[in-house]
Design a protein around this ligand. Sequence first.
Ligand code: DGY
Length: 322
Amino acid sequence: MGEKPRVVITRRLPGVSLAKIGEKAEAVLPDRDGPMPRKELLRKVRGASGILSTLADRIDAPLMETAGKTLRVVSNFAVGVNNIDVAEATRRRIRVCNTPDVLTEAAADLGFGLLLAAARRFSEAERFLRAGKFTGWDPWGFLGVPVFGRTLGIVGMGKIGSAIAARARGFEMRVLYHSRTPIPKAREDALRARHVGLDDLLSGSDFIVLCVPLTSETRGMIDRGRLRRMKKEAVLVNIGRGEVVDEGALAEALAVGRIFAGGLDVYEKEPKIHPGLLRAPTAVLLPHLGSATTETRERMGGLATENLLAVLSGDDPPCPVN
Ligand code: DGY
């Protein structure tokens, strides 16, 4: 029997079965907890057949070159694959796989939660209470904006966007959406959602939720000009990727009350946070938690394992990207 192929698992991950991987491959694990340093990754991928990566690992052409011709699969523990140069992988006949579907509802829960938290100023109010400043009910304290019956604009009507639209029905919201491809009419009717141009969505919505992946088209999509189109009472939520929003422009808009509030789960230069956002009391800031439930992360790990092993066995993976 020949040697087992080597696979680099860049981080200790929930749901990733080392036992299953060990049956088919030799698993190369990180030296320590936390994201694998680039240097360590470059050293470990030499001659590897697979990589099980996270969104913090940059899987680019130099890394693929270092891995060499043995590399057949990059299985990402995420639905987003913007950390991977997919075109380069395709050119090199390396399969890229991701973990869609299993995180849809968790991400939609978080997106809707951020919307509510920003609208009703949960973070600001909790900081106030924890600072010992709550001296009793205040008729003027932390007045927010209503959610029920308002207009929700969803940018990116994929699975997560649609799941947010479904939640909005319970709040009797009018739903506008913008997507490269409109969803089928029957689905629009079921979600009571209307396809509009991006600028109309921005000017017509009370709440704007960004659910788009990061691509060359979406990078910097919400810039100063687009922020200016939003209503003064608008709430902007981003659960896609940080680079979709010009954070400097958003921090400025929040500082001068150009929009009401922001709810962010993702950032331009993660884990760095723009200082202007940290200063903005009306920004609700979460540390990239979209898929963070135990069940979801276990399922992501299961799927990432299946994707990896399928390609190594010469089978079609359940969730190919290329
Ligand atoms: C993803 O899967 O792309 C998320 O951002 C990670 O939770």
